[in-house]
Design a protein around this ligand. Structure first.
Ligand SMILES: C[S@@+](CC[C@H](N)C(=O)[O-])C[C@H]1O[C@@H](n2cnc3c(N)ncnc32)[C@H](O)[C@@H]1O
Length: 356
């Protein structure tokens, strides 16, 4: 039911949004603290992208793919960040990565049915895929997306020019006390564990009565896809070994290590919100993503959890060898299906807390 509602909203938005006019885009963008050069460059980029992608938007996945393939007439100017995320790499699996957004929005919809223009914050919004689903499900919403990646924000702004996107950090970002919904898909796990629940509690405390905090976090620390990154990094006498010698891979006490922190037990999230919540709804789903082959698993994690490992290997050859060895190990862990494809198991924890 919610899926068909969401698709209908996507369709309605496409029919009504239109190609943004240059002046409107500039007016919108100048509300954000960016340079005039950036405004002009992004505007040309956005308009050229919109002309080609507009008629292709039957669903958001197709739309994103169209955007990737559109040649840029003018390179966007934006602040570059060392070891930044790549929106392009991330969106290679946009359909799979966005699926939990639909599943979480499906649980939120009934809570917001009486709010005509909900105020929504999408934290760790990435390239705008989650924001796009939220705007489609709640068409009158005022949405602010927040992320700390310039490349992700550039993509989000170019894809959803009518929404507001700001740079910020999950550990300190404080939405105004006007929030009906604070949403976060696949971002909170990037915080180290000591910051994670306190940041969520701070967000929850800032909600008004009846407001919702809803988030999804991958729970795959022990999955082979992630455990093997650590195993291969720690293999001795390999071209990459020296770069992990002091990296404290797998040492949960050391926050400088490249592996993310395991996810807390569901009860820890319940206990964090219970005293101020009308309801806390928690569930865990293991998605079984069908991917083309094992190299596709490598491509998937290159867009997310493998990044901190690769950033520690400055030498290109050693980096390639590490990736090859990781892929070899994955071949043993993910046997081929009858048609040569593989199943990538991906457990995700969902939490939806309503403020009392
Ligand atoms: C896996 S992507 C999720 C994107 C999108 N929400 C989705 O549904 O697919 C995680 C995003 O979190 C952002 N991120 C990671 N750590 C962050 C932090 N400390 N503060 C703000 N954003 C952060 C990354 O830049 C990235 O865009």
């Amino acid at each position: 039911m919610i899926r068909s509602t969401v698709s209908r909203y996507v369709h309605i938005r496409q029919l009504t949004s239109g190609v943004p006019k240059c002046e409107q885009v500039i007016a919108h963008r100048t509300r954000n603290p960016i340079s005039l050069t950036s405004v002009i460059s992004s505007t040309s980029y956005r308009n050229s992208k919109y002309k080609t992608s507009y008629h292709h938007s039957q669903n958001h996945s197709q739309r994103y793919r169209t955007i990737h393939n559109t040649p840029r007439t003018m390179a966007p100017t934006h602040a570059e960040k060392p070891n930044d995320w790549s929106a392009q790499q991330y969106l290679k699996f946009d359909t799979e990565r966005t699926r939990p957004v639909y599943d979480l929005v499906g649980q939120i919809a009934s809570h917001l049915s009486d709010v005509s223009s909900p105020r929504i914050y999408d934290l760790g919004c990435g390239p705008g895929n989650s924001s796009s689903v939220l705007l489609s499900a709640f068409p009158g919403a005022k949405l602010t997306g927040m992320d700390n990646s310039p490349d992700m924000l550039l993509k989000a702004r170019s894809t959803l020019p009518d929404a507001e996107f700001v740079e910020g950090d999950l550990s300190s970002f404080a939405p105004g006390n006007d929030a009906d919904l604070i949403f976060s898909n696949a971002a909170i796990h990037w915080l180290r564990s000591p910051q994670r629940i306190p940041s969520l509690v701070r967000m929850f405390e800032g909600l008004k009565k009846g407001g919702i905090l809803a988030f999804q976090i991958p729970d795959n620390y022990t999955e082979r896809s992630h455990a093997l990154m650590r195993t291969v990094a720690l293999t001795p006498s390999q071209p990459w070994s020296q770069y992990f010698a002091d990296a404290r891979v797998g040492d949960l006490q050391d926050s400088k290590r490249p592996d993310l922190d395991p996810i807390e037990a569901p009860s820890a999230f319940y206990n964090a919100f219970a005293s101020e919540a009308a309801t806390v709804n928690i569930w865990r789903t293991t998605y079984q993503h069908v991917l083309k082959d094992v190299p596709a698993i490598v491509e998937w994690v290159k867009g997310t959890g493998l990044q901190p490992f690769l950033h520690l290997i400055p030498e290109e050859e050693a980096r390639k060898e590490y990736v090859k060895a990781y892929e070899r190990e994955l071949k043993n862990a993910y046997p081929e299906l009858v048609d040569g494809k593989v199943l990538l198991a991906y457990p995700r924890l969902f939490v939806l807390a309503v403020k009392s």
